[in-house]
Design a protein around this ligand. Structure first.
Ligand code: HEM
Ligand code: HEM
Length: 160
């Protein structure tokens, strides 16, 4: 069975890190957006620039990941996964890709297009992404420590 390639693994962890940064460092962009909606002047803030460029980088890396996945097909589930769980995993991964891509696009439309509705969608996606990533991490930990099927090694550069 074809494993995740080195490129796919690096992309997975780079996107994961960037998403964590978007959540942790959101104060600057949230304040700038409030100021914009009140019609106030929005001063330059490096945290705002980091959110905007971080978000654009996420979009580009996710597009790259999807291109690899479209070309090579999804990696098969670990041995012993029931068809129902395989379906859930597949849908979970697609939902993660969709939610993150939509966050990037709605962020761009809010910030550069000044579309307020896009800003609201962007904010609504925050709990959606949190729940999806939470479920994803819980599933990974369940495989790793309860099923002990070595799932984490599939996304690791070591022992390859
Ligand atoms: C500490 C956090 C994370 C852990 C432990 C983790 C773990 C994993 C593991 C082990 C896999 C491989 C599953 C398999 O072999 O079938 C995987 C795949 C995946 N992860 Fe994560 N992940 C984390 C964070 C994230 C985040 C933040 C995202 C958000 C985009 C994400 C999106 C994905 C996607 C979309 C796949 C499927 C890749 C594909 O087949 O196209 N992960 N993750
Ligand atoms: C794709 C990855 C992205 C993620 C995961 C993300 C995540 C977040 C989070 C967690 C917040 C804080 C929401 C709150 O508590 O108020 C936020 C706010 C914001 N982000 Fe992003 N963002 C991303 C991309 C972008 C991009 C590319 C832009 C603009 C070019 C952008 C513009 C904004 C704006 C204007 C706000 C403040 C308005 C609001 O809260 O909806 N974001 N983002």
């Amino acid at each position: 069975m074809r494993p995740y390639s080195k490129t796919q693994i690096i992309l997975h962890w780079a996107v994961a890190l960037l998403i964590v940064a978007q959540f942790v460092l959101h104060d600057g962009i949230a304040a700038a957006w409030r100021a914009f909606r009140r019609g106030q002047e929005v001063a330059f803030d490096p945290l705002v620039a980091a959110h905007v460029f971080g978000g654009i980088a996420i979009l580009a890396l996710v597009a790259w990941r999807l291109a690899i996945r479209a070309r090579q097909g999804a990696v098969a589930p670990v041995a012993g996964t029931s068809p129902l769980m395989a379906k859930a995993m597949h849908l979970g991964h697609l939902a993660l890709y969709a939610a993150v891509a939509l966050a990037g696009v709605s962020g761009l439309a809010a910030w550069f297009g000044e579309v307020e509705l896009a800003g609201e969608l962007h904010e609504t996606l925050k709990p959606v992404i949190l729940v999806l990533v939470g479920g994803h991490v819980a599933a990974a930990l369940y495989h790793q420590f309860y099923l002990k099927d070595g799932l984490m090694q599939r996304m690791s550069l070591r022992q390859r």
